[in-house]
Design a protein around this ligand. Structure first.
Ligand code: ZN
Length: 194
């Protein structure tokens, strides 16, 4: 890693938001790069609070704005790392920093997405990731970690770029994913988790 920006978390995630229906794969907003955040106002904070409420209601470890239908490059997360340490954060305009060369070790483990609920398949990703960006007040933030947290930081940054993890797996894995998802349809009605 050459990024020497110090770890810079921020205060607690904004609360008091509304739980909103989860936007699903196939909705156009999920499949294009999201608009960068340039205005750090109360509306952005309110959106973040809705994202937090929706993430917890869905029992997810991370959620991007496009997953509640908003074209905004921002995600929130509350996710354990390899040691089980919970890391909580919010990143606007995220940039991913991944290990290279001999430090790059792939972790091929199950991955799922709240926007394609009820389905999990292995998705190989580097076992460590760092993300830089800005927080709700425009201040620089940086988060990093291993285990599920590394996967989460990559998965959520992908969302802000219009990529879903189904784009990263084989056609065969996608078929398996779709089968599980279809079998679980009744558990996830259109307004879930609201
Ligand atoms: Zn997702």
């Amino acid at each position: 890693m050459t990024d020497e920006t110090p770890l810079a978390p921020h205060g607690p995630l904004p609360r008091g938001g509304a739980v909103r229906p989860m936007t699903r794969w196939g909705t156009p907003v999920m499949h294009r790069p999201q608009q960068k955040v340039t205005v750090f106002d109360d509306a952005l904070r309110a959106l973040a609070a809705d994202m937090v409420a929706t993430m917890y209601a869905a029992e997810g470890v991370g959620l991007a704005a496009c997953q509640i239908g908003e074209d905004v490059a921002m995600f929130v997360f509350d996710c354990p790392d390899e040691a089980g340490q919970r890391v909580v954060g919010l990143v606007c305009n995220p940039e991913l920093h991944l290990p290279e060369g001999k430090d790059r070790v792939l972790d091929d483990s199950p991955e799922g997405c709240l926007s394609f609920p009820g389905a999990f398949v292995d998705c190989a990703r580097p076992d460590f990731a760092a993300v830089t960006g800005v927080g709700l007040d425009g201040q620089p933030v940086r988060f990093e970690g291993d285990g599920l947290l590394a996967k989460c930081l990559q998965h959520e940054t992908d969302h802000t770029l219009g990529t879903v993890f189904g784009d990263r797996v084989s056609a065969k894995a996608m078929k398996k994913l779709r089968k599980q998802h279809d079998a679980a349809t009744e558990e996830y009605p259109a307004d879930w988790p609201a």
